[in-house]
Write a protein that binds this ligand. Sequence first.
Ligand code: FES
Length: 121
Amino acid sequence: MSIHARVDDPCATCPSVLAIVPSPVREALPAPPLHLFVCANRREEGSPLGPGCGDNGEALYMELKRRVARRGAHTTIWVTKTHCLGVCPKVGATVAVYPAGRVLADVEVADVDALLAPDAV
Ligand code: FES
């Protein structure tokens, strides 16, 4: 696999323009069967978009990590903390689930079993 869009070298004839140079990208690991992206984004107080997932996302992320560790499933279930996923919930946090390609809002710690069930999401 290679991606041809690394932009980090200035163009020789017009130094203010960056050149696009080929950049091989290596595939480090096969994608896990389940990868959960948990939003823990925080917004400033008074934001019209609400407070963000913040503490709810942190708590959900920590519980998912704890459960995955308990199962010894580090290679098959990846849990990654993210910033805003664009579906800011009223309660809980937002989680993007891959490879299913689903985005779940209002996810709470009580939903962890469902998130980790083999065919639940
Ligand atoms: S702040 Fe979490 S999805 Fe927007």
